[in-house]
Ligand binder design. Structure first.
Ligand code: SER
Length: 318
């Protein structure tokens, strides 16, 4: 039996719902305590309602389950965050401070904090953006992640807290839907394609962004968390790359399967956010420190998304 007791905030989210299952597979059902603001429907395992802005409630769960690791995934993403900037800052930072403070107080072994490509802004070189590029984020989400990364490093340096972090690209998976991000189109477009519905894209056809398939995302997260402490040289957040592509390139890839797929482009404010972000990422620190290697390119993502979504929508024909 695993000695770990892992608490996850934001377990009901796009990444959280898949990562929670992966951690249960790895450590056992009773080793994982899923938490979210809202009840997770049909969840099998230990679940607790938690508003992570409530430090007392968080600490009570840490005590109740004798937690050894925390994955702090709860956050408001880039596009949604712009609707209420101060509230986004408040929620994203308050929940992080609650996790960091409680982790020091209860001597938590390891903490995971997701950062994002949104930490970069227009001063960073767009192509193959380096680990130590300028961080001048333009969204409140990006500002909260850039500040959050630095606070993680501060808790590592000041208290020795073993907190680890990845700057996720846009995550693409069939298991769950994203909510409120700028990269969400790259999930939604596959749903429309398999349902044989037209798609209206809110980014321009040539908006190239860094993306990563869910399987790679989960593997990167677990590989980072399993890496020996001495090999972790980045204590802010690691650049992480999967694959970069434009909406036009996804459409071409989907058309290999659905030649009649129709897409129109109607850029909105999210195009402005995308223009501030890198088009590709240099993740050599992740590759060197803990042997990161993505597996899925665009066509592999397309094939897997279509196969799995067809099953989800019961569209498999014999
Ligand atoms: N997928 C996220 C977003 O678009 C980026 O971290 O907000």
């Amino acid at each position: 039996m695993s000695k770990e007791k892992i608490l996850i905030t934001g377990s009901g989210g796009q990444l959280g719902s898949v990562l929670t299952e992966a951690l249960k597979d790895k450590f056992g059902k009773n080793a994982v305590i899923a938490t979210d603001l809202r009840q997770m429907e049909n969840y099998e395992g230990i679940f607790e309602l938690l508003d992570a802005t409530d430090a007392v409630a968080l600490e009570a769960l840490i005590e109740k389950y004798k937690i050894t690791q925390i994955y702090h995934l709860a956050a408001i993403l880039s596009a949604k965050g712009e609707q209420n900037p101060l509230q986004t800052w408040d929620i994203n930072l308050k929940t992080l401070f609650n996790v960091l403070e409680a982790s020091v107080k209860y001597k938590i072994d390891k903490v995971f904090f997701p950062s994002s490509i949104a930490v970069y802004g227009d001063m960073a070189t767009k192509s193959n953006t380096a680990q130590d590029e300028f961080l001048n984020p333009s969204t409140v989400y990006g500002i909260s992640k850039a500040a959050g990364e630095n606070w993680c490093q501060y808790y590592f340096l000041k208290y020795g807290l073993d907190v680890r972090s990845l700057r996720y690209p846009g995550v693409i998976g069939y298991q769950s839907l994203p909510g409120g991000g700028t990269t969400d189109y790259a999930v939604e477009i596959y749903h429309n394609a398999v349902k044989e519905e037209a798609f209206e894209c809110y980014l321009k056809a040539d908006a190239m962004l860094p993306m990563i398939f869910m399987d790679d995302t989960i593997r990167a997260t677990i590989e980072l968390m399993e890496a020996p402490k001495e090999s972790i040289t980045i204590r802010t957040s690691y650049n992480l790359a999967g694959v970069s592509f434009t909406p036009e390139e996804v459409v071409t890839s989907i058309k290999e399967h659905y030649p009649n797929f129709e897409v129109t482009y109607k850029p909105d404010f999210r195009q402005g956010i995308a223009e501030g972000w890198p088009s590709s990422i240099d993740d050599s620190f992740a590759r060197n420190d803990w042997n990161w290697q993505p597996k899925y390119d665009l066509d592999a993502i397309t094939a897997e998304m279509i196969t799995q979504l067809k099953k989800k929508y019961n569209l498999i024909t014999q």
